[in-house]
Every structure is written in structure tokens, then in C-alpha cells.
Design a protein. Structure first.
Length: 597
């Protein structure tokens, strides 16, 4: 263990290293370079992989940023990067740290892995160590970390001085960048090839969003009528080039959405097939504020049958329940007022697993029958529990192979094709199935230790062009890691801001920093919240709802989470449920109306 390394030995190694440096010839020193990328953390965490780190503007040793990482009881907050080096060569690793039990080291050297540490550094303290690479070593990992549960540490100005790899330097910056086809949600880019490049990275408004193996890429998930700036860098084993010249493009206005939703919509679930402590609410009695009404729930006859049935709540369980004729008349009245009424499939108890093509076909037939019987506007997918999971070898969210996912995608595409452009498609996954896909990024485990983690991502991605709304359930959730590499817990605006920012910014998944899940358009995203404390864990008071909307649509009132953009076109809010909101004197509805008018 690094902590058990005697301090005397560490100091001795440092002194010996100092002697080795003075013995280098002037020719050797002239060939040396700093091989650490972004050692001053001026570009955020670019080039670094951190289990629990972020960048801060204070304290810093130089420049405008430094690393801050906070070890937990089971995590030492390690930040690392892998550097291309020359075999059988001498290197000096140096950096400045603050905090208790802070380490700086190198592994994979091919000889003896090394580290330096400080027990206590209330002010910036330099750590230095040296190593020689093995006869066949071409890559070394440099890192810094703290110690378990000892509080935050800081690091800045990390350098690795030594000869560059014989393979050469990073490639030159790309030239010839230009925009091609532009739509309301995408921009096609192309550029000239760069000698020695093995790939390219596209940066949108200064943030790396996508990689490409060739000289073109289409950046999707953009907002209509919005100006974007793009740059491209070239990649090889030695690193990343400087950025190309900037190209700007403005997306088209688009059609405004064939489903005719208002600019800001309120979505709610109506208990139509069951009753609970919230009481039964007739569809005709749902106030006009609700723009999308999800009828809960259609459920399968068996888990794997694919045969979905919608049985309305019986009179014995739901006193005052309307007749079928009254229910259908209420649906038509809502639609005449511009509202959308959908059948929601699944829910907590409605586990659906389309394991076979026969189940897929039964799903399409039975869901179509429900939609046609009641004249509904579309479908809400509320698969929970074990309805979706991933095979261990299913590592690419863009090309899923697991049958329950492949069959669901196929079934929904068939329904969309049958009903056309006005078919409303929404999804209500739990955070476990979406944002947790990022939490396990970096472990190299798609889904981590649970094959369900992130399992909605292939479905969302495959259907993103057909998807009207995604409203992730930001409740009944454990802590989730955001794009700031910090864990966020329910109960305040911070959780909703962090989870929604991930959807609108995009994030890496499947253990690959280059495998970016593209952002959704803001008009496709509504934030899922419980209507009251009775409705589920994670309820937040109206002031926190307002704070969430202020931060995401105006970038004001944001608190500590650093959002990656401002999205005034954010579609709105979803809640479980209309019944519980009525039980709570319509607090959630009044908050939405008060904010969006």
C-alpha cells in the first residue's frame, strides 16, 4: 500500500532522483518535454479520469483552476491519466498538493512503480519522484489520490518531464472544417484529413461532445433556431492536437412539433386502473393545466407474454368511477381542448419482458387495440424493475443485442409507423436505468454490477427521433454521480439540476470516454418529481422546484452544481401523480402554473 511506504524511503528516493537529474547531459535535457496533459486543470478534468473529483477556482497554485477531490470511506478519490512514454528512459513526476495524506505516483512503469506523499500540507507543497521505464514500456499511468475518509485534497501543476515517445508528437490541428446539412436538431460537419491522426474529436461550444474515426460527423440533439460553434481536434497515441478554426451554424426553426404540445407542458399520471390512499379522480375532473395525461396502467397478462391489457378501476374499489362511455367522452373532450391522453404501460407492478419476437408482436397488437378502443394519442413506456436488462457482452448502447431491448425498440417503431407523426411517445425510466449508466463509466463495466443499470439508454437512443418526451423519475433513487463527478442525493434542487443537465449535455457510458451518449433536445425533456410527500421519496417543496427551473432555463439560482448550458426550451415537469396532487390541494400544479404562466 502506498500509505505504508516509509517517509524516509520516499525522501531518499527524491534525493537520489535529484542527483540523477543533475547527471543528465545537456542534450538529453533539451529533448525532454512535459508529457502530462492538462496538468494545471485549466481545461477542467480533460485527460483525467477521477473517481470523485472536480475543478475549483480557489485555492489554486497557479492559473485559474486546480483539482479538488474528496475521498469517501470506500474511495481514495484517485485521479489518473495514461501517458505515452519512451522505453528505457528516465522521467521526473512532480506536482503541488494541499491536504492530508495526498499521494502523487506512477504505475505501469515496467520497472518499479513509485509515489511520493505528504502526511499534512496545509499550504501548497511540491511532491516529486522519478522512475525509469522498462525496456518495452510505452505507456505509464500517473495519478494523485488522497486517503479514505480524510477530507478533500487539492492538486495543481502536475508535470511529467522526460523524453517524448519516438512515435512522435500529437498531430497537427485539422483544417477545412465546414458545416453541411443543417436541420432543427443536427449539424453535419466535415474536415480535411490530418497526417498521423488515428481519430478526431468534435467540440461544441468549447465542450468535447463526440469522436469520429473519419473526417465527418453529424452532431445531433440540438435545439431549433439556436446558434452553435464547432471545432475539431485530431487524435493519436501521443495526444490531442490544438483545436481547428471555429465554424458556426444555426439550426432551423423546425416544425414546432407535430404533436402540438405547448412550449412548456405539465405531465401527470392518472390512476385509471386502481385506487390507493389518494382517492379516485375522474378524467373529466382533471384541471386544464395538465397537458399530457398518462393513464396508469396497462399491464401484461404474464411477464413475458407481451399481451397488454387495460382494465379500468372497478366500482367496488373506485366509488364514483365513470362508465366506459363517460370515460371515452372525457378523452375526446380533453383532446378537443388540446390535451394528450396516453396509455402508460408497466408501472411498479406491471413487469414486461419482450423476450421473443412473438411477445413483441403481441405487444404491438394489444397496445394498438387499447389505443384504438379509447382513441388515445400515444404510448408512455414506464418499464421498471427487471423489465429491461443488459447481457454481459452488450457493451454498445448504439447497437444493442439483448432481446428484451431489441424487441422493445422494434415494437415501438412499428407503433410509431402505424400511427404516424402525431403519435405521442413518452418514457418514464428511473434514474437507475439512465444516469447510473454514467456512474459505472470508467469501471469498464456496462451496467456495473447490475445488468439493469443504464439499460434504458439503448432504448432512448434508438427512439430519440421518435421520442416526444423523456421524463426520468428523479425520485425513489439512491445517490447518483453527476457530470461534476460528485454524488447527488434527492431532496433538493441540486439533484434535479444535476440529473437533467446530464440529459441535456450528454455523457460517456460503457467504460469509454469516447462513447458519448448524445444529448436530448430540451423540448424532449421534462423533469419527473413526486407531487407530494405521500407520492414517493424525493419530494421537494415549491421553492426547490422554482430553483431547479431557474437554473436550467435561466442559469440563475443554481447553487453549487455547474451546469453545462442554459435551456429556456426545457419542456416542463412530470409528476406522480395527478391523484396525489389533488390530494395535496394541487400544490404541484400551482407551482407549474405560477412559473410558466
Amino acid at each position: 500500500m502506498e500509505r505504508s511506504r516509509p517517509l524516509v524511503a520516499a525522501l531518499t528516493a527524491t534525493l537520489l532522483a535529484a542527483g540523477g537529474i543533475t547527471a543528465l547531459s545537456s542534450a538529453a535535457r533539451a529533448a525532454d518535454a512535459d508529457l502530462a496533459r492538462n496538468g494545471g486543470f485549466e481545461a477542467g478534468l480533460d485527460a483525467w479520469t477521477c473517481s470523485a473529483g472536480t475543478t475549483v477556482s480557489s485555492p489554486v497554485r497557479s492559473g485559474a483552476s486546480a483539482l479538488q477531490a474528496t475521498p469517501a470511506g470506500s474511495d481514495n478519490a484517485r485521479c489518473a491519466q495514461t501517458v505515452t512514454v519512451k522505453p528505457d528512459s528516465q522521467y521526473t513526476l512532480s506536482g503541488y498538493v494541499r491536504g492530508s495524506y495526498v499521494y502523487l505516483g506512477a504505475s505501469g512503469t515496467g520497472t518499479t512503480d513509485v509515489s511520493a506523499w505528504t502526511q499534512s500540507a496545509p499550504n501548497w507543497q511540491q511532491l516529486t519522484t522519478t522512475f525509469r521505464t522498462g525496456a518495452s514500456t510505452t505507456k505509464v499511468t500517473i495519478y494523485t489520490h488522497g486517503w479514505y475518509g480524510t477530507g478533500a485534497y487539492h492538486a495543481d501543476d502536475i508535470s511529467l518531464i522526460g523524453p517524448g515517445a519516438e512515435a512522435g508528437q500529437p498531430p497537427a490541428a485539422p483544417t477545412g472544417l465546414k458545416a453541411g446539412t443543417v436541420t432543427s436538431s443536427s449539424v453535419a460537419l466535415s474536415w480535411s484529413a490530418v497526417t498521423g491522426a488515428t481519430g478526431y474529436a468534435v467540440h461544441r461550444d468549447g465542450t468535447r461532445v463526440q469522436t469520429a474515426s473519419g473526417t465527418s460527423a453529424t452532431i445531433a440533439g440540438l435545439s431549433p433556431s439556436t446558434a452553435y460553434s464547432f471545432q475539431v481536434t485530431a487524435l493519436n497515441d501521443a495526444g490531442e492536437s490544438a483545436k481547428s478554426a471555429t465554424v458556426t451554424a444555426t439550426t432551423t426553426a423546425g416544425s414546432g412539433g407535430s404533436t402540438d404540445l405547448p412550449a412548456h407542458a405539465l405531465v401527470g399520471y392518472l390512476h385509471a386502473s386502481f385506487a390507493n390512499g389518494s382517492g379516485y379522480t375522474r378524467l373529466a375532473d382533471v384541471p386544464d393545466s395538465w397537458d399530457v395525461i398518462d393513464l396508469a396502467f396497462g399491464e401484461p397478462t404474464t411477464v413475458t407474454s407481451g399481451d397488454i391489457r387495460f382494465d379500468r378501476c372497478p366500482v367496488a374499489e373506485c366509488p364514483g368511477v365513470e362508465s366506459d362511455a363517460e370515460f371515452k367522452a372525457a378523452i375526446k373532450a380533453k383532446q378537443a381542448a388540446g390535451k394528450k391522453v396516453l396509455i402508460s404501460i408497466g408501472g411498479q407492478n406491471g413487469q414486461v419482458q419482450l423476450t421473443t419476437t412473438a411477445a413483441r408482436d403481441a405487444f404491438v397488437t394489444s397496445v394498438s387495440k387499447i389505443i384504438d378502443t379509447y382513441g388515445l394519442d400515444g404510448l408512455d413506456i414506464d418499464f421498471e424493475g427487471h423489465s429491461l436488462s443488459l447481457n454481459a457482452d452488450d457493451t454498445d448502447f448504439k447497437n444493442p443485442r439483448t432481446p428484451v431491448i431489441v424487441n422493445l425498440i422494434s415494437a415501438v417503431k412499428t407503433l410509431k409507423a402505424k400511427y404516424g407523426s402525431r403519435f405521442v411517445l413518452t418514457m418514464a425510466p428511473e434514474t437507475f436505468f439512465v444516469q447510473l449508466g454514467y456512474q459505472y463509466y470508467g469501471t469498464g463495466k456496462w451496467g456495473g454490477q447490475d445488468p439493469r443499470a443504464g439499460a434504458y439508454l439503448p432504448v432512448i437512443h434508438a427512439l430519440r427521433d421518435d421520442l416526444t418526451l423523456l421524463h426520468v423519475q428523479d425520485y425513489n433513487s439512491g445517490p447518483i454521480m453527476g457530470l461534476d463527478n460528485q454524488y447527488h442525493s434527492m431532496g433538493g434542487a441540486d439533484f434535479h439540476i444535476a440529473m437533467t443537465d446530464m440529459l441535456l449535455t450528454g455523457f460517456p457510458v460503457a467504460g469509454d470516454a469516447n462513447n458519448i451518449f448524445p444529448p436530448l433536445r430540451p423540448d424532449q425533456v421534462a423533469i419527473g418529481m413526486p407531487a407530494s410527500t405521500n407520492a414517493g421519496n424525493g419530494h421537494v417543496p415549491p421553492a426547490e422546484v422554482t430553483k431547479t427551473l431557474d437554473c436550467l432555463t435561466k442559469k440563475t439560482n443554481c447553487g453549487s452544481y455547474p451546469t453545462h448550458g442554459t435551456w429556456p426550451a426545457l419542456r416542463g415537469l412530470m409528476t406522480w401523480s395527478i391523484n396525489w396532487d389533488r390530494y395535496g390541494s394541487w400544490e404541484f400544479q400551482r407551482t407549474f402554473d405560477g412559473y410558466f404562466g
